[in-house]
Design a protein around this ligand. Structure first.
Ligand code: R1P
Ligand code: URA
Length: 290
């Protein structure tokens, strides 16, 4: 079995994984990921008990039990670059033997649910509504660095996207990637469902102009109008495409649910998104453990 070199699979002196600083026994198979590290405590405060608390850089992890089931909540920080680290390191914790530095023969599949905030791109979605992402539209480019065969369905959506939007070839090549059906089914009755666009930034890449002119000033209008058999782009956030893409490649199940805190067309911003976020957290904890 080929040994993975020290420079490729980086471990700390105590043999924990480099950025997350976690050991394999410190994570559950069901993992909630959130962008804001402070949201981790908000969630783990609801656990029956917390067994491990580990922190390194912006990555905060709490593992404990909820409803008698082992569960982990992990703060990823913002962006798909952080997700590249989080997904590869979580996978290494379960599917690579860190002692021998070899890939395990029997693979473990994690359930990864992201609870986030987002900006809505359809006028009928009110601020504080819940949105589940059946598909991600990756505008960030991360997945282009990995070898992956997209499904026929995902490739068809991409072809339609180029046809309908006249999307600039100079930007990162976009891609569509599907959520785990099993996890999407847990949430779809409580949420708007559709496509979530993942951007590589909060401002220009999401069509926000403060002082700098934009190369794609109509990006929001193009996304709003995109429609394939009533499948539409509902929202913008910054992590889901990388979570879905890397999970699909590595054999994990992933799904994102978000609270819409802004609506980019009605120009509203939530006066208090903490209450709906708290309700969404309760829903996810219940559905993952019932
Ligand atoms: C931007 O404000 C951040 O909020 C959203 C975006 O994806 C990005 O991470 O999600 P979180 O609330 O989970 O951080
Ligand atoms: N998060 C985003 O990425 N965009 C928004 O508009 C709101 C939250």
């Amino acid at each position: 079995m080929e040994k993975i070199a020290e420079s490729e699979l980086v471990l700390n002196p105590d043999n924990s994984i480099y950025h997350l600083k976690l050991h394999p026994h410190q994570i559950a198979n069901d993992i909630i990921v959130v962008g804001d590290p402070q949201r981790v405590k908000l969630i783990s405060d609801k656990f029956d008990f917390i067994e491990f608390k580990v922190e390194n850089r912006e990555f905060v992890t709490h593992t404990g039990e909820y409803n008698g089931k082992k569960i982990t909540v992990l703060g990823t920080g913002i962006g798909t670059d952080n997700i590249d680290i989080v997904l590869n390191e979580l996978d290494a914790l379960v599917n690579i033997d860190l002692e021998s530095r070899t890939i395990k023969e029997n693979k473990t599949s994690l359930n990864i649910v992201r609870i986030g905030t987002c900006g809505a791109l359809q006028e009928n979605i009110a601020v504080n509504d819940f949105i589940v992402s059946e598909y991600a539209l990756g505008m960030d480019g991360l997945l282009n660095f990995y070898d992956h065969n997209f499904s026929k369905e995902e490739n068809n959506l991409l072809e339609e996207f180029y046809n309908q939007t006249n999307y600039s070839q100079k930007l990162a090549q976009p891609y569509f990637i599907k959520s785990s059906e099993k996890l999407h089914n847990l949430f779809k009755d409580y949420c708007h469902t559709g496509i979530t666009a993942t951007a590589s930034g909060f401002y220009g890449p999401q069509g926000r102009k403060l002082r700098i002119n934009l190369k794609e000033p109509l990006i929001n209008e193009k996304l709003q109008a995109f429609n394939v058999n009533n499948l539409r782009v509902n929202n913008f956030e910054m992590e889901t495409s990388a979570i879905y893409g890397l999970s699909a490649i590595l054999g994990h199940n992933a799904c994102t649910v978000c609270v819409a805190i802004a609506n980019r067309f009605t120009k509203k911003f939530s006066k208090d998104y903490h209450t709906p976020l708290n309700n969404l957290i309760d829903l996810v904890l219940l559905k993952l453990t019932e």
